[in-house]
Structures are given as C-alpha cells and as structure tokens.
Design a protein around this ligand. Structure first.
Ligand SMILES: Cc1cc2nc3c(=O)[nH]c(=O)nc-3n(C[C@H](O)[C@H](O)[C@H](O)COP(=O)(O)OP(=O)(O)OC[C@H]3O[C@@H](n4cnc5c(N)ncnc54)[C@H](O)[C@@H]3O)c2cc1C
Ligand SMILES: NC(=O)c1ccc[n+]([C@@H]2O[C@H](COP(=O)([O-])OP(=O)(O)OC[C@H]3O[C@@H](n4cnc5c(N)ncnc54)[C@H](O)[C@@H]3O)[C@@H](O)[C@H]2O)c1
Length: 481
C-alpha cells in the first residue's frame, strides 16, 4: 500500500523545508523524506558550525584592533569554548527541534533514503531496511543538496581525509592541517583553524584564492591569511596521497607535504547519484536543470508539470539563502498549479527565482569579510553591459576608522551606464557582512543612481561608503554660466 500526498519533498535541508512549508501553508498535504538530519548540511556541517568556529577569532581580532579594548584581550581563542558554542548552535548534532517544527507545521517526515521509482512515485528505504512507497498527487521536489567533490588523486580514498563534515564537527583540533582548494570553504576553514593554533597549509591549484570574486577580494583575503600564519601554496597539483602513521602525506608538483589531517575543499558535486533519476529517463549525478519556476527542464514534465528541484541540487547558486528563496517560489508555484491558479512566469513575480541570475548575495566570513552581490566587472562585461567601475577605500570612511584602528578595506560598485543602476557590489573589510543587503535592495529594485543620492546613511557608520561611492561616480552639478 502506498501513501498519497499532494507533494513529496526529497531532502529536508533548508531548501526542501521551505518548499514543504510554503506548499503546506497553501493547503497541500506534504511528505518530506530525509536520510540523515532534518535541517540538512547547512545546520550541522556547513553554514552554522563553520560560522560558529569563525566567530570567536573574529570577535577577538576586532577587539585587538581597538585601543583600550586590546589591552583587555591578550590571550588567544579558547578552543574549548569555541567547540562548546559550536555544539550549542548545532544542537549537538541532533535534529529534535527541526523535527518538532515539521510536526507542528503538519508535514509528515519519512526517515530513510528516498528514490524515485518512476513518475510521481518515491520509495523510502528506512535504516532498518523496510520500505514505504509514497505517491504524489501533484509534484515531487528534489532538494538533496550536494556532497564534497572528490578529486581523482591516487591513494586519496585510503588516507581518511576530512570533508566539511569532519572539519565542522570535530571534537579535536589537529596540530596541522593540509587544505586542498582555494575557494570559500578553504579560506574560511583556514581562518578558523589557524586561530585555534593549528598549522595550516593551503594547496591552491590556480593562481588566486576566491577566484570567482573580484580580484581585490581574493588579494586582500590572501594577505590576511598569510598574516594570520597560513602557508598558502599556488600552482600545486597533487599527484598521490598516502597515510604514513599519524600523518597524511601529499606528493605534489611542489614536493611532498604532510600534516595530521587533510581537508578536501575542492568544490561540491550534486547529491543526485542514488535517487532513482534513471527511472524517469534522467541521468544520475548531474545538477537538475530547472526553469525559473524551479520546474525540471526535462521531457518527463511535458504536459504535466510534476518534477521540481530547489537548492544545491539544481546547481544554480550553492547558498542556503538562495535555496530557501527558490523553495519559497517553488512551494508557491507547486500549490498554484495544483489548485489551478494561473501562474505568471514574468520576472520578479511570486512564482519565479529571478534573483538567481543577477542578484545573488554572498558573504565570505574570512577576516576581512568579503560581501558581494550581483555581477563582478568581468561577468557584467561578458554579458554585454557597458559598465563603469567605482572603487573606494573603506578605511577612509569615518564609521570605519571609528570601528577599528587602522581599518583597511575596499568597496566597489559596478554601474550599468545605460540604465544608471547598480549591477554589482563588493565590499571587503571587517564587519561588512551586514552592508551587502543595502546593495541587494538597490540591485533588485533597479534603483537609479539619482535616487540613491536620497538614501542617506547614518553618521558615523560604515554604510557611508555608499555616499562616498556615489560622490566618486559624480553627480551632474549646477554651474554658473
Ligand atoms: C563548509 C560549508 C560552509 C557553508 N557556509 C555557507 C554559508 O555561510 N552561507 C550559505 O549561504 N551557504 C553556505 N554553504 C552552502 C550551504 O551549506 C548549501 O548551499 C545548503 O546547505 C544547500 O541547502 P539544500 O537544502 O539545497 O541542501 P542540503 O543542506 O545539502 O540538504 C540536503 C538534504 O537532503 C538529504 N538527502 C540527500 N539525498 C537524500 C535521499 N536520497 N533521500 C533522503 N534525503 C536525502 C540530505 O541528508 C540533506 O539533509 C556552506 C557549505 C559548506 C560546505
Ligand atoms: N560563506 C559562504 O557563503 C559559504 C561558505 C562555504 C561554502 N559556501 C558554498 O559552498 C560551495 C562550495 O565551496 P568550496 O570552497 O568547496 O568550492 P569552491 O568552488 O568555492 O572552491 C573549490 C576550490 O577547489 C579547487 N579545486 C578543485 N579541484 C581541485 C583539485 N583537484 N585539486 C586542488 N584544488 C582543486 C578550485 O580551484 C577552487 O579553488 C561554494 O559554491 C559556496 O557558495 C558558501
């Protein structure tokens, strides 16, 4: 006997939870299938614990940059306290709170591995091996996330490497750590672990860190990593890995390097390998391509829109807030189509994830932080925009030099010269994370520069940088004839 629901959600990470919540609030019955923890990677092994591991170091360094406060904080980070706070933030790796939330919301949870078994049918294999078949009246949404992408390095499988899971949930800080990769996970984890007194070496294949961001962001983060004591090697290819007793040894084009642990921070791969996609004619292990209503672009949806994908699994933007945004849109559109409500697919409407293309914000919690939204200069030019780039040193803003002695930072806005609106913004500096939402509003709202002059930042805050950037861009003035 199968159980029937309007909507079946595969994967209870932040994206899946939001689809179920919105669809259920619109009147659909929902089942959520989760093989591990309700809350997903984000809550237990990614965003939340990683930011908890970073926070003490950031707070300490911020205090050390203020005369009068620095005298009071002469010791380093207390690792026991950091891990205790991390455990509190992740509920000790238990998901009781989120399970209660699902129950309270009236959404049924099925624990186990979910696999599609043809159209609108999902088999759930529980830990004890028993199976339950679920059938969807209207839709199935795949929100199974991603896992660490494992490079094909001979010997790697046998060394017992760390992924983000071990790096964020460990109870013991190793004496030394090799990190493979130069992206966001690598930079954040290097910043956290070096603050714990661990000897950190980053092995970067290319020439830069944070290569998808504006160049100056990677350069400033690199400078700080080096100052914090991280050993960063560029242009490294790893040819073989082996474990020698307590140490992992990597044989590389720059010679052999060893450490107590090795962290793979080499990007993500879609968790769509063992979810039954071939049963509906789709390949395993690929990101699910979707349209702006999060409907999977595949023949199986022709004439009967039933398969959706949100969050990391569709590869659009590997970020929690973007997955949740997609989840809200998909939950709404699934309910609307099920209830026969007309669905407008016009940009910026209720049922589409338009921001995925032009207004994705991200904060990298290194020290300095990097906060960016929209297009980089390079992306904007590639898309054919005629742009003007305006840069401003953040340390020259009154709010910044009051915040921190010797504040260094940089801000950039990328302006669409045709439409006189912002296309992108990047801020690098201490405590810039909260500033990026203002730029996100300006980009999504397509606010003209002439109107932004009326958005008055409070004095003395770091937000005054927006005024400085406008001044640097220039305002048509009145001249005596
Ligand atoms: C170290 C690290 C730090 C990060 N920090 C940030 C950050 O600060 N901010 C940010 O925005 N993003 C961050 N991210 C990215 C963020 O974690 C992801 O974008 C987010 O978790 C994606 O959410 P999701 O719901 O799509 O997938 P996930 O959170 O991966 O959830 C997917 C869920 O599906 C379940 N599942 C998978 N397959 C099946 C199956 N067959 N049956 C049943 N259940 C299944 C999984 O168990 C999991 O619970 C970070 C990532 C990493 C690795
Ligand atoms: N604060 C945040 O918002 C945050 C934090 C962490 C992660 N994330 C998200 O998680 C995703 C994954 O992060 P990530 O850092 O794993 O991926 P990434 O794509 O940012 O970086 C991957 C890095 O690994 C390198 N690499 C790939 N294959 C390699 C190999 N064989 N050998 C050596 N280096 C190799 C790449 O050159 C790159 O430097 C990101 O897309 C990011 O959006 C977000």
């Amino acid at each position: 006997m199968s159980k029937i629901y309007d909507l079946i959600v595969l994967g209870a990470g932040p994206a899946g939870e939001n689809v179920a919540d919105v669809a259920h609030q619109s009147g659909l019955s929902c089942a959520v299938v989760e093989r591990h923890l309700v809350g997903g990677e984000c809550s237990y092994y990614a965003c939340v614990p990683s930011k908890a591991l970073l926070r003490a170091g950031a707070a300490l360094r911020a205090a050390q940059r203020v005369d009068g406060a620095k005298q009071a904080v002469t010791a380093g980070v207390d690792v026991v306290g950091v891990l205790r706070r991390r455990d509190y933030m992740t509920s000790g790796g238990t998901d009781g709170g989120q399970v209660d939330w699902l129950k309270g919301a009236g959404i049924d949870l099925f624990r186990g591995i979910g696999r599609l078994q043809g159209k609108k049918r999902v088999e759930v294999q529980a830990l004890d091996g028993s199976t339950t078949v679920l059938e969807a009246r209207h839709a199935v949404c795949v929100s199974t996330g991603t896992t660490t992408s494992t490079p094909p390095i001979p010997g790697l499988a046998d060394v017992g490497y760390w992924t983000n899971r071990e790096a964020t949930s460990t109870e013991k800080i190793p004496d030394s750590l090799l990190i493979l990769g130069g992206g966001v996970v690598a930079c954040e984890m290097a910043t956290a672990y070096v603050s714990f007194g661990c000897k950190v070496t980053m092995l970067v294949r290319g020439k830069k860190v944070l290569e998808r961001m504006e160049d100056f962001a990677g350069e400033m983060v690199l400078k700080s990593l080096l100052e914090l004591g991280v050993d960063v090697r560029f242009g490294v290819e790893t040819t073989r890995a082996e474990r020698q007793g307590e140490k992992v040894v990597l044989h590389t084009t720059l010679g052999s390097l060893s450490a107590q642990e090795l962290l793979l921070a080499t990007g993500r791969a879609p968790a769509t390998v063992d979810i039954g996609l071939p049963s509906i004619g789709l390949p395993s292990g690929k990101y699910l391509q979707v349209d702006d209503t999060l409907l999977v672009s595949a023949a199986t949806n022709e004439g009967d829109a039933w398969l959706y994908s949100v969050g990391d699994a569709n590869g659009r933007a590997l970020l929690t807030h973007m997955g949740k945004y997609q989840g809200r849109a998909a939950g709404g559109v699934i309910a609307a189509r099920a209830l026969g409500v007309e669905v407008s697919t016009a940009a910026w409407g209720q049922f589409v994830a338009t921001a995925d293309h032009a207004a994705v914000p991200q904060v990298v919690f290194t020290d300095p932080e990097v906060a960016a939204v929209g297009l980089t200069v390079e992306e904007a030019r590639k898309r054919g925009h005629r742009v003007r780039v305006v840069d401003y040193p953040l340390g020259s803003v009154s709010g910044a030099y009051l915040l921190s002695d010797g504040y260094t930072g940089q801000a950039r806005m990328v302006v669409d010269e045709e439409r006189q609106v912002l296309l992108g913004a990047t801020l690098v500096g201490q405590d810039v994370a909260e500033l990026i939402h203002a730029a996100t509003v300006a980009i999504v709202g397509e606010v003209k520069l002439e109107r932004l002059w009326h958005v008055v930042p409070s004095f003395p805050t770091v937000s005054e940088v927006w005024l400085r950037l406008l001044e640097a861009y220039g305002r048509p003035g009145v001249k005596a004839t």
